[in-house]
Write a protein that binds this ligand. Structure first.
Ligand SMILES: Cc1cc2nc3c(=O)[nH]c(=O)nc-3n(C[C@H](O)[C@H](O)[C@H](O)COP(=O)(O)OP(=O)(O)OC[C@H]3O[C@@H](n4cnc5c(N)ncnc54)[C@H](O)[C@@H]3O)c2cc1C
Length: 503
């Protein structure tokens, strides 16, 4: 392709990634661009993906979406964190919450003060010093902005993925995105350049830049352009999930958090929406049959199942290159990590941000922009991968062959170093652009049984009484803060009650 200007963006696929891309392009690309999306109702979407992390709020805000309108259109609920049950060892639970934990004093992060207080018998569980976590456990929520004593609540959402895609479709079409329904039968290329998509009814859809949002099949990037695959299943052996929605138990509190419960060969998710609860059992098919996984899932629902259980297969890994020629992969077409930390939708969002930041003006710049995007995307996914592996590696569980295997596995060297560093010194290694913060690493490391063996030496300067006073002050402030919040269900009923239902 000579260096003609790039002005037409063709999005292949209309799942969460396709419509997020379309909405963002419609919002940010401006009138000089033509945005086209192709999707097939017959093929459908993966239809799961209901839990998010707080960055989704930036995406929605960037589009100018009103939070309560979005929540009521998607059966949405608030999410203050993820509770992990039985991960370190059976009977134990902790939360990776999204907010602050305690308070840093001078240059020393809170988890060191907690380590010192814990050693002196002055502290409760680490999460006890977090407003986010205590509000989550109490089933309370309001958009609290913080005060002199307490940091603000930090939240994400649970929503119906199909309704979110439909919401974004309305948004995108209202801003000029053209949608073509039908099956892509063939992809026309010239070297590493995609020229057009050929539909099975004979239509030929041309474009300058193509975004592959075709799901696991990776029709453009994988199948057509041959981007290789980095298989991570030796670290993340879960390769299947069975999913089923269920009803809420009568009178139950609407919990503002995702729950992940470790099972014999994987784990089970519980995602409360306004009208139902999304449930799924992620498992390793080498250790558990689909029938056994389904039986475990159905035996652990809050209420009656609302649909037939559905099984999905996947492999952890990423495409070697996310961007080849004039084609960029997004969502499942670019790679997959199990939804343990609800990161897939975020990776779509950051892939979109990367594409917009590196948007080529003409074809001549494609190779250098692609190289930079590929470097960034690979690193980003490896960081997330290591954070997920941590949950499996740092466990005291050895009660089944699955847990014996993951506990004994060799992990990526960078992760092994991080675990050692924290265990021995409480220090956290984190690179500048990494998704998960020191707060996230500390919560998961402590929750998975890797609490630091020693606190920062500067904590020795605080006497026992002052340390007890500090921990007590935090505790009282958080207790009062939680008591002042309304119930999560009440807040939703007043501000963002669902408009439509869909299971
Ligand atoms: C078990 C499981 C649980 C998950 N849970 C979470 C979660 O809690 N949080 C989270 O962030 N993420 C989660 N994810 C990931 C999340 O579901 C996906 O990242 C998200 O749905 C994006 O999918 P997608 O749009 O890339 O692909 P898909 O939803 O598969 O969409 C693909 C699109 O391509 C179209 N298409 C494909 N082939 C053709 C063709 N030949 N012609 C025309 N159109 C075509 C399809 O019609 C469809 O529109 C989960 C994934 C799985 C498997």
């Amino acid at each position: 392709m000579p260096d003609q200007p790039i002005q037409t963006l063709v999005i292949a696929g209309g799942g969460t990634s396709g419509w997020m891309m379309a909405a963002a392009a419609a919002r940010f690309c401006g009138p000089g661009w033509r945005i086209v999306l192709v999707e097939s109702d017959a093929i459908g979407t993966v239809g799961v993906g209901e839990a998010t992390i707080p960055q989704i709020r930036l995406f929605n805000a960037g589009l100018g979406i009103d939070e309560t309108d979005f929540l009521s259109a998607t059966q949405g609920t608030l999410k203050l964190g993820i509770e992990f049950v039985d991960w370190w060892q059976p009977g134990q639970r902790y939360m990776h919450n999204f907010g602050e934990v305690g308070r840093a004093l001078s240059v020393v992060p809170f988890h060191h003060w907690w380590t010192a207080a814990r050693a002196a018998g002055l502290a409760g569980d680490y999460g006890h010093y977090s407003l986010n976590e205590r509000a989550a456990r109490a089933g309370r929520f309001a958009p609290f902005g913080g005060d002199n004593t307490l940091p603000p609540l930090v939240w994400a959402y649970h929503f119906d993925a199909g309704l979110y895609a439909a919401y974004l479709r309305r948004y995108a079409e209202a801003r000029g995105v053209t949608r073509h329904e039908g099956r892509i039968a063939q992809v026309e290329t010239q070297g590493e350049t995609i020229l057009a998509l050929h539909m099975d009814d004979g239509r030929r859809i041309t474009g300058d830049l193509f975004v592959d949002c075709s799901g696991f099949r990776s029709l453009l990037l994988g199948e057509t352009l041959g981007s290789g695959w980095h298989d991570w299943s030796h670290w993340l052996p879960c390769d299947s999930a069975v999913a089923v929605p269920c009803a809420h138990a009568a009178g139950a509190v609407l919990t503002p958090y995702t729950r992940s419960t470790a099972r014999a060969a994987g784990w089970q998710w519980r995602i409360p929406l306004q009208h139902r609860i999304g449930n799924g059992h992620v498992f390793s098919s080498a250790h558990l049959s689909a029938d056994e996984a389904t039986a475990t899932l159905l035996a652990n629902l809050d209420g009656p199942g609302l649909a037939e259980p559905r099984t999905l297969r996947f492999q952890a890994g990423r495409r070697d290159k996310m961007w080849i020629g004039n084609c960029i992969g997004l969502g499942l077409a670019a790679g997959f990590l199990e939804p343990l930390e609800s990161t897939s939708i975020h990776l779509i969002q950051s892939g979109i941000a990367r594409l917009l930041a590196l948007l080529p003006g003409d074809a001549a710049t494609l190779p250098v922009l692609a190289a930079e995007a590929n470097r960034q995307a690979a690193r980003e996914m490896e960081w997330v991968r290591d954070f997920i592996i941590l949950h499996y590696k740092a466990t005291a569980r050895a009660d089944t062959p699955f847990w014996q295997q993951v506990q004994a596995m060799a992990v990526p060297p960078e992760l092994a170093e991080r675990m050692d560093l924290f265990r021995h010194t409480g220090r956290i290694r984190r690179d500048h652009d990494e998704l998960f913060t020191e707060l996230a690493w500390a919560q998961v490391l402590i929750g998975q049984g890797c609490a630091p063996l020693a606190a920062h030496p500067l904590t020795a300067a605080m006497g026992r009484d002052d340390l007890a006073g500090f921990m007590g002050l935090l505790d009282r402030a958080i207790t009062a803060g939680v008591a002042a919040l309304p119930g999560h269900g009440d807040w939703l009923a007043h501000h963002a009650a669902a408009q439509e239902t869909r299971s």
